[in-house]
Design a protein around this ligand. Structure first.
Ligand code: AOF
Ligand code: ZN
Length: 363
């Protein structure tokens, strides 16, 4: 490992440690080196608070002068909730800046590098770029589109089932996989299910792990069938938003709102319009959405090309039965040439299960 890669790796690890607590802002880490010694380390901890570079500069103090700063994201150039980091770096007397990836944020995008170069500082970009980009896949999408990064998750048997034909489903995947799902819930700002899941399982949709952060709960319910006793309404563990269609029950809406549940109409006549769900959530500052829906919800989002990432936990079990539900229902494609290809795939073992990760390629 080169020196640059070594220090950038340390900056990436610092950034990564804050996963789930900086959104909708990015994960950013920084290391300052002077005379072959680490003199400052910093990460971005929370949106609105100091940027990673500033934390590292504060730690380094005078020792930043003449040093090299490693940053996982291009230093910012704007006066936002905090000052421009590129200016602070120049003022601290840093001689060299090593950046993993440019900032996709249109108000920064290259301007940070320009400020540094204009100040006569040597700038190197692209060190561990792939890792840095991947770490901020949520931010990268949200900052450009203002729509949340959507992850679709399902726990399934090797034959793609989510339950037997008698609807027995507890449990398909292992305890370890279910723990992993709680971690993902904690890392996402919102979690979405359909009304059928609420009626069948009455889930709490909370992140039941140590230091877990509960996501906002989003329910798609076209007629407002949700029981007032549902856990997502009564437990007060997190905010709940119900998206509905034009055929919703007006009296029920009032009852739900009296219980502090947010009801949001979409223009769909029969069904909830999924694009409007995603757009509305994005407008409310939600940058990541985790879908744990059943087969119909999954198909709706995938057919509308709204899914950015697919995570499947395959349990080494076979259920069989043509009436046993699968994780992807709807009509399905006509021809194999229409299949949604998943790219940049990865597979890991979790307990007895296999965790598959892939990104739909809609081109
Ligand atoms: C961060 N943390 O460490 C870096 C960021 O909302 P503001 O004013 O803090 O600005 C956020 C933008 O600053 C963010 O979208 C990104 O473009 C840039 N860099 N942001 O929150 C950091 N370095
Ligand atoms: Zn900054």
């Amino acid at each position: 490992m080169t020196n640059d890669a070594f220090y950038m790796d340390l900056a990436l690890k610092n950034a990564q440690a804050m996963k789930g607590q900086t959104d909708p802002n990015p994960l950013v880490g920084s290391v300052i080196v002077n005379d072959n010694r680490i003199v400052g380390v910093g990460a971005h901890l929370k949106a609105g608070e100091a940027h990673a570079e500033i934390n590292a500069l504060r730690m380094a103090g005078d020792k930043a002068k003449g040093g090299t700063i490693y940053v996982t994201l291009e230093p910012c150039s704007h006066h936002g909730r905090t000052g421009p980091c590129a200016v602070a770096i120049a003022e601290a007397g840093i001689k060299k800046v090593v950046i993993a990836t440019l900032d996709p944020n249109p108000i920064v995008a290259g301007n940070g590098v320009k400020i540094l170069e204009d100040a006569g500082i040597e700038v190197i970009t692209g060190v561990m770029e792939d890792e840095a980009r991947k770490m901020n896949e949520v931010f990268n999408k949200y900052i450009v589109t203002r729509k949340p990064f959507v992850t679709l998750k399902a726990g399934i048997t090797l034959d793609g089932k989510v339950a037997s034909h008698t609807f027995s489903s507890k449990w398909i995947t292992s305890e370890e996989s279910r723990q992993d799902v709680h971690q993902l819930r904690s890392e996402n700002m919102a979690i979405l299910v359909g009304i059928n899941t609420v009626l069948k399982d009455d889930p709490a949709l909370t992140a039941r792990i140590q230091n877990g952060r509960n996501p906002i709960r989003v329910i798609m319910d076209s007629s407002l069938k949700i029981p007032l006793e549902a856990q997502v309404i009564t437990d007060k563990q997190a905010k709940t938003i119900i998206f509905t269609s034009q055929r919703y029950d007006k009296e029920k809406r009032k009852m739900l709102e009296d219980l502090n549940v947010i009801v949001a109409e979409t223009s769909g006549i029969e069904h909830v319009n999924p694009l409007e769900v995603v757009t509305t959530l994005g407008e409310q500052g939600i940058s990541s959405l985790f879908i744990e829906g059943g087969g119909n919800i999954n198909a709706t989002f995938l057919e509308n090309k709204l899914v950015d990432k697919v995570i499947l936990y395959f349990a080494p079990k076979l259920i069989g039965g043509k009436n046993a539900p699968t994780f992807l229902e709807g009509t399905g494609i006509d021809q194999m040439t229409d299949a949604v290809n998943l790219i940049n795939t990865d597979i890991q073992r979790i307990g007895q299960d296999f965790k598959f990760i892939g990104y739909p390629n809609y081109d």
